[in-house]
Structures are given as structure tokens and as C-alpha cells.
Ligand binder design. Structure first.
Ligand SMILES: NC(=O)c1ccc[n+]([C@@H]2O[C@H](COP(=O)([O-])OP(=O)(O)OC[C@H]3O[C@@H](n4cnc5c(N)ncnc54)[C@H](OP(=O)(O)O)[C@@H]3O)[C@@H](O)[C@H]2O)c1
Length: 428
């Protein structure tokens, strides 16, 4: 058999540990598919004193030094973070002409355009299957499997933590803060969960998917981002009653005006497949002009699924399968304009807490009418004269700007007791 592919891994945490284990346990099938053994020969992490079963491998305190080791064929970056040591390592590896495999979505979303230019200029592969939706081969599906299609839309449940929290809230009627605390205790959510629950992690992944889907330079700054902190058990209950699920979706769409990228909670009809993707599972939906709609579902995080994606990239590299980072050479990418969220149009779910007294609903509907918002349905619960009762309104297709203007007026009414809850409705 050919000489082993010599691999240097920087970062031996959840994902790095998973990659080491997969390469050990599946060494025979991996070697058969790669055409040669994949041998980890050097590693780097912060704390050398921890026993990680890597005795005998070359250890580097400085990951950049690992990238320059002439005995290493491929550098695997599993440190994380958009800047700092991860960026320095990837830049050093590409400068040294070494292929890179990374699981780092933050790095790619923020620096992906420049890194792709550095990689493509030297014809050095930069592979990142693990960066989006963990074990789901979403990158390969979009970049290779659907390469013959014009993609009109790509959407996904891209953060298992949020999907888990929303699922438990629905199944047990519990509030967000309570379920988040439990998810942290169980290790499903980070001690600092803001990247996940505020939608930033999903936005990093969406920016990567959008670049691949639409053949444009990755543009994280153009993603409109809202998280799930404001979702209440009350809204989840109403959504269920009305035949919807609430999910945090990342959605990138091609429109006549350009590319719209957004991450926010959505109401999705329960009959749509992605509405039923629950718990820690992720899903990616793509719509192409010839293929139609496809959906991929699976585990979006964790040592095993993420290692599965990293090793798939290593096998591709070993076989010499080289695709430009974003599917086409940087010069062939088209700078389609970004469409702001203010230009969004669609139906909305609006929930108000109002004082139960005559004339209140008339004031609310007058504000909607004056901004051209037409209603599809309305639901009013309970009769507790002079007390707060929820009112739910579902609109027809409405422009975001009109909806916001109507909401400002409604929010200022005396009888409206809390900030209104507004959630966009999506087809899935
Ligand atoms: N966890 C997942 O399920 C998952 C899924 C998809 C993608 N990812 C991505 O994969 C990457 C790694 O995530 P993870 O969850 O495995 O992180 P992690 O468990 O925190 O591990 C990070 C590793 O990087 C090492 N490290 C930190 N700073 C370093 C430095 N300056 N030099 C050398 N090593 C350094 C740490 O060393 P010590 O061990 O000594 O502290 C640790 O081994 C991130 O980009 C993440 O976004 C993770």
C-alpha cells in the first residue's frame, strides 16, 4: 500500500478526541477508502499534562509550528474561534502549501473569502464538511451533489441546542430560562450559551451554506440574526394549537433583488418535514431548479458525527479529490447584492397581551389596516374583564416595514400590556 497520509491535529477537545477515536477504530475501512492508511503523527493542544492517549506522537505547544512541520501532509484545525490561534494556524498551513481540514464555522464565516483566495491561489485544498450541521454531509451535497442546479433557497435547523430547547419547551410546556438551565446542566448547552441561543452559530453556518448555494463570496455581516430568548411557552402553545411548530431556522434565498440571509424563529406548518425535526437533530433543506426540494437530517454536533465529517474530508484529500473552496474559483463567484430584512415579505404571527375591555381589538385592527396589514385569522382566549388576555393574529403576506410600523403603534396603546411577540411564518 502507498505511504500513509501524515496528519497533524491541532485541538484535542470534543471533536479532536472524536477524530482520534474514529481513525483508530475504523482504521481498516478508512484506509481502504482513502487508498492508504491515515496516520496521525503530530498533535497540539493547550494542556500537555492531560492524558489523551497521544503518547508517542509529536507534540507541539504552538499549533503554528505544527503547520510548518515538513513531515506533515495535512493539517486539521479543531481549536475553534474566528481569530487567534485557529486563524494563525490555517494561514500558516496554507502558506506552507499544506491542505487544511477544519470544523470551524466561525473562522470560515468571518475569514472564508480571504482564506479561499489563499487556498485557491496555491491550489491547496481547504475542506470544512464538519463546519455545518456536524455529521450531515451538507457541504458535499450542496457543492458536489447539487452542482448542476441553480439553487433558489437553502434553509436549515442549524443549532441542535436551540432545537433541543424549543422541543422540550413544547413537549413539557416549560419556559425558556428553565429549559436552558437544564440543557446546560446536561451538557447540551455551553456555560456561555449566547452564541447558540442568540443565533450567531446558526448565522455562521448559514453564511457558509449561502456562499456555496449561490456562488457568491461568504458574507456573514449580511445575515439578519435573531435568537430564541424571547420565545415563550405561551407562543409555543398557540403555535401548536394553530397547526405550527416554532423552529429557529437559517434561511438564504435568491430573490430578484439579490440574496436574503436571515436567522430567526419561525412558525412552520406541522405537516412540513422540517417542522418534525426535533431534539438535538439538525436538518438542511435545499431547493434546486432540476432536483426540486431535498432535505437532509441528522446529528449536527457531538464527537462522533463531527469526526465522521472531518474524516470524510481527509479521505477526499487522500484520494486527491480537489474542489475549489466555494465550489467555483474566487474569480468565478458573483457578488450578488445582499437584501436587507426590511425588504422581507411574508405572513406573521402576532401575539398581544391586552386588557379585556371593549374597543381594544378595534384599535389594534385599525393600526393594522392603516399600515396595509390584512388579517387571515384571530384567536382570543379567556374572558377576564379588565385583566390581561392573549390575542393572537395571523396576517396575510405583509412587508416587514409595514408590520414594524403597525407594531410600533400597537405597542404604544394603553391597553397593550407587554411588548408584542412577532414571529415570521415560513413554508419550511
Ligand atoms: N463540539 C461539537 O460538537 C462541534 C461540532 C461541529 C463543529 N465544531 C467545531 O469544532 C471546533 C472544535 O470544537 P470542540 O467542541 O472540539 O472544542 P473544545 O472541546 O473546546 O476543544 C478545543 C481544543 O483546542 C485546544 N486549544 C485551545 N487553544 C489552543 C491553542 N492556543 N493551541 C493549541 N490548542 C488549543 C484545546 O486544548 P486543551 O484541551 O488543552 O484545552 C482543546 O483541545 C470548533 O471550531 C467548533 O466550532 C464542534
Amino acid at each position: 500500500m502507498t505511504r500513509p497520509l501524515s496528519i497533524g491535529i491541532a485541538g484535542l477537545g470534543t471533536v479532536g478526541g472524536g477524530v482520534l477515536r474514529l481513525l483508530r477504530e475504523n482504521a481498516d475501512i478508512v484506509a481502504a477508502r482513502a487508498g492508504r492508511p491515515l496516520a496521525v503523527t503530530a498533535v497540539s493542544a493547550r494542556d500537555r499534562s492531560r492524558d489523551r492517549g497521544v503518547g508517542g506522537l509529536h507534540w507541539y505547544d504552538d499549533p503554528v509550528a505544527l503547520a510548518r512541520d515538513p513531515a506533515i501532509d495535512v493539517v486539521v484545525e479543531l481549536i475553534g474561534g474566528s481569530d487567534g490561534p485557529a486563524l494563525a494556524l490555517v494561514q500558516a498551513a496554507l502558506a506552507a502549501g499544506k491542505p487544511v481540514v477544519t470544523a470551524n464555522k466561525a473562522l470560515l464565516a468571518v475569514h472564508g473569502a480571504a482564506l479561499a483566495e489563499a487556498a485557491d491561489a496555491r491550489s491547496v485544498p481547504l475542506a470544512f464538511e464538519a463546519a455545518v450541521a456536524g455529521g450531515i454531509p451538507a457541504i458535499k451535497a450542496l457543492r458536489e451533489g447539487l452542482a448542476g442546479n441553480r439553487i433558489s433557497r437553502v434553509a436549515g435547523i442549524l443549532t441542535g441546542t436551540c432545537n433541543y430547547i424549543l422541543t422540550v419547551m413544547r413537549e413539557h410546556g416549560r419556559e425558556f430560562a428553565d429549559v436552558l438551565a437544564e440543557a446546560q446542566a446536561l451538557g447540551y448547552a455551553e456555560a456561555d450559551p449566547s452564541f447558540d441561543i442568540d443565533g450567531i452559530d446558526a448565522a455562521h453556518k448559514l453564511a457558509i451554506l449561502a456562499a456555496l448555494a449561490f456562488g457568491r463570496p461568504v458574507d456573514f455581516s449580511a445575515v439578519h440574526i435573531e435568537g430564541i430568548r424571547a420565545i415563550s411557552a405561551l407562543d409555543i402553545g398557540f403555535a401548536t394549537e394553530l397547526g405550527y411548530r416554532i423552529k429557529l431556522l437559517g434561511i438564504a434565498q435568491r430573490t430578484a433583488a439579490g440574496i436574503k440571509q436571515r436567522v430567526h424563529p419561525c412558525l412552520i406548518p406541522v405537516g412540513v418535514p422540517i417542522a418534525r425535526v426535533d431534539g438535538v437533530y439538525n436538518a438542511v433543506v435545499a431547493e434546486g431548479d432540476f432536483v426540486g426540494r431535498i432535505m437532509l437530517e441528522g446529528r449536527g454536533a457531538g464527537a462522533g458525527p463531527t469526526a465522521s465529517a472531518v474524516v470524510a474530508d481527509l479521505i477526499d484529500l487522500s484520494r486527491g479529490r480537489l474542489t475549489p473552496v466555494w465550489g467555483a474559483a474566487p474569480g468565478a463567484l458573483s457578488p450578488l447584492p445582499a437584501v436587507p430584512i426590511a425588504a422581507h415579505r411574508g405572513p406573521y404571527y402576532l401575539r398581544l397581551m391586552v386588557v379585556d375591555r371593549p374597543g381594544v381589538i378595534a384599535d389594534v385592527t385599525a393600526a393594522l389596516r392603516d399600515h396595509g396589514v390584512s388579517l387571515e385569522s384571530m384567536l382570543q382566549r379567556g374572558r377576564s374583564p379588565a385583566e390581561a388576555v392573549p390575542v393572537v393574529l395571523i396576517t396575510h403576506d405583509t412587508g416587514e416595514a409595514a408590520m414594524r410600523a403597525a407594531l410600533d403603534r400597537i405597542g404604544a396603546l394603553d391597553a397593550v400590556l407587554e411588548p408584542p411577540a412577532l414571529i415570521r411564518i415560513e413554508s419550511g
